[in-house]
Design a protein. Structure first.
Length: 327
């Protein structure tokens, strides 16, 4: 009679463990949500989708050029290509321009002049733009070093600048923008939101804006769909392109604060604009005038406009001039 061979006990135990492991694997593959939270199980079921987080807008190229605005500096070059032009008060009651280029960059812009302390806070809403300028007073160098902008001085990029011998110094310096470092950040459409015109505008054909020494006049042109600009009775023009006619004019009334105490040759203190906070605003668009409020809580925020009724006051597409008028 043949004697049956008995398997060792550990072989039987191994067979049982393998079978248990196979069963557990089958359960997990068949129902991957069995041991996961309800949300994960729901995500795995056919016909369901998890909402993707909103995509953050990508930074776009942004270059800002400080441009002279006295009579001997006009007509300036490159104003027609600017997406936004800020009119800043400077010492003596005059104004200087900060031209923002994003959608297109001209080959040449100028006359290029010095930066001001106002530029630090004002341009922070554009992220890290390139700020092109001729130089700056020693008193404001610490403020500029703390700016978010990429500082592009003439002394650091001499080959990209030239002087026009037909004009007097210092009103004859020009920059070849494609040869200069660029910057990036939120584009003008994000800094100054665009959209359809709200209700409640007042039709207007002309609108004057007075600084201490400079007097601007904006006249609505239905043919140009823009506001023809004059300064001290003379049309503002961009060399080679003709009269300047922005689609929108924003008259932003601002407070002045004490800065580094920079003075001109006559001893006049250079004003510093406070461009954060809130205040009155007049927006000219589509042949109408809108009165309302501007708001910019923080230096990194864009500027928003609302009507007197509290409704959004967006700007139309096209170039914008923002006049920072002391109140």
């Amino acid at each position: 009679m043949t004697q049956r061979l008995r398997r060792p006990w550990w072989v039987a135990l191994a067979v049982v463990l393998v079978a248990a492991l196979a069963l557990t694997t089958w359960v997990l593959v068949a129902d991957p949500g069995a041991d996961s939270p309800d949300g994960a199980a729901e995500q795995s079921r056919p016909g369901t989708q998890q909402a993707a987080p909103p995509a953050q807008p990508r930074p776009v190229p942004v270059t800002v050029v400080k441009i002279d605005n006295v009579a001997v500096a006009r007509p300036q070059t490159g104003l027609d290509a600017a997406d936004v032009v800020y009119v800043e008060p400077v010492e003596g009651g005059f104004t200087r321009l900060a031209a923002v280029y994003s959608s297109r960059v001209p080959d040449v812009a100028g006359p290029v002049r010095s930066a001001r302390e106002t530029d630090v806070e004002l341009l922070a809403q554009y992220g890290r733009p390139a700020l092109v300028f001729s130089g700056a007073a020693p008193e404001i160098e610490p403020a500029l070093d703390g700016a978010t902008a990429v500082l592009v001085r003439q002394r650091d990029h001499t080959a990209a600048f030239f002087r026009d011998p037909a004009r007097p110094v210092p009103h004859n310096l020009y920059g070849r923008l494609p040869l200069l470092p660029g910057g990036s950040g939120p584009g003008p459409d994000r800094v100054l939101p665009r959209g359809p015109s709200p209700e409640g505008g007042t039709p207007v054909t002309e609108y004057p804006v007075d600084f201490a020494r400079d007097e601007y006049l904006f006249t609505w042109s239905p043919q140009r769909r823009g506001w023809l600009a004059e300064l001290d009775g003379t049309p503002l023009e961009s060399a080679g392109s003709g009269p300047v006619a922005p689609a929108t004019v924003v008259v932003q009334r601002v407070d002045l604060v004490e800065g580094a105490g920079v003075r001109d040759a006559a001893g006049t203190v250079s004003p510093v604009v406070r461009s954060t906070g809130t205040g009155p605003v007049t927006v000219l668009r589509d042949g109408n005038r809108f009165e309302g409020t501007w708001s910019r809580p923080d230096a990194a925020d864009g500027t928003r406009f609302t009507t007197r009724q509290g409704d959004p006051l967006p700007l139309p597409d096209g170039p914008v001039w923002v006049l920072l008028v002391p109140r």
